[in-house]
Write a protein that binds this ligand. Sequence first.
Ligand code: PMP
Length: 447
Amino acid sequence: MTHMLYPTTNLTATEQLVITHGEGVYVYDNQGRQYLEGMSGLWCTALGYGNEEVVETAARQMRTLSYSHLFGGKTHPAAMELADKLSAMVPMADARVFLGNSGSDANDTQVKLLRYYFNAIGKPEKYKIISRERAYHGVTVAAASLTGLAPNHTHFSLPFDALGVLRTGAPHFYRDGLPGETEEQFANRRADELEALILAEGPETIAAFIAEPISGAGGVIVPPAGYFEKVQALLRKYDILMWDDEVICGFGRTGADFGATSLGIQPQLMSLAKALSSAYMPVSAALITGDMYDVMVEPSAQVGIFGHGYTYGGHPVACAVASKVLEIYQREQLFERARVMGLYMQQKLQAFADHPLVGEVRGMGMIAALELVANKQTRQAFNGNAVGAYCQLRCQEHGLIVRAMGGNSVALCPPLVISEAQVDELVEKLGRALDETLAHVIREELL
Ligand code: PMP
């Protein structure tokens, strides 16, 4: 028993699993048991564990300059190098980069950048943000308000009213598609709902639309074909900015450099974290287009100092590590590898589509989920989250880490360096856990 308060769990929680070290795609607990890290921690350890080149880089940077900040234009080589690398990488023209420490703070920074931008051009009333149900954008007060999951709101009196969050439906065809509706009709319906919301609120009051290319924590929701095309046509029509939250999808996860590439998104704002450093150090980035920046610094801009910044934003060790990780991604061609291995993994997982408990297998590249249902024909969900949690525990017993999410979806997001044999191992362990979960569900008469 320690004095920890554990995040994202019941406050009475005690030590569940004590992870002591990691190597490659495996982590080990204090009993010496090995686990295949099928979730890359929290969707972040893309390079796997114990990469010596990264470790060396961190040690070297700590010796050279362990800390420096970026306030007032003071800077250091590691931050400048990372910002330039990111600007050159993203599908945004002449992007400007604000460095932070987490996905949540990157999204809070974006909220400030949006407000600052619209104040700069004399449109302070254009501040509302459209977010979607089932979205996850973090847990700081602004980011949590953008998040569309009840547990992140209940008991915290969120969303925060002054933020002006507007909510629209998720592109979750399996859950929200109507009987007889095609994917295309569903995408059209979601677009129509979005347009109705924009018109009801007034486009002149709406700054941006935020979306994950594939929603992660909401259940690995892969949007139907054409969804982002339709959404972006509306955003252009009503002069609303596209804010792409790439915290999970960025850096190879979807089988391309960014989720934006895989899903056809042309962002004006982009949030990055997690695989940016493969979680070797906490680091994030909020990016805006050069056009937005230019407007903010025009002599006519109706604003002064950008009074925002974190003590640890652009931390030299985090920046050096992130630059090294990006170099390794490129040198080892890991995004292409993720595409190829992703096809293999998705194809292997599709075998579970016939399993009596599995309503849908969905995913893209190296991210996937199995949605467990009480009735495959009617798609009837189980009450509560216990069935997914049971499956997660069975996986753990077999030495595989997965993550059960609300609605009894089991998520997979292994390190991009996983081998074919290790994908086979993952699938075999998951299969055993699914069979045991089925036996449990029958025994407990949960069907
Ligand atoms: N955005 C997305 C899409 C995320 O998945 C997450 C974290 N799971 C965040 C933002 C928040 O990142 P962090 O936990 O680093 O604050």
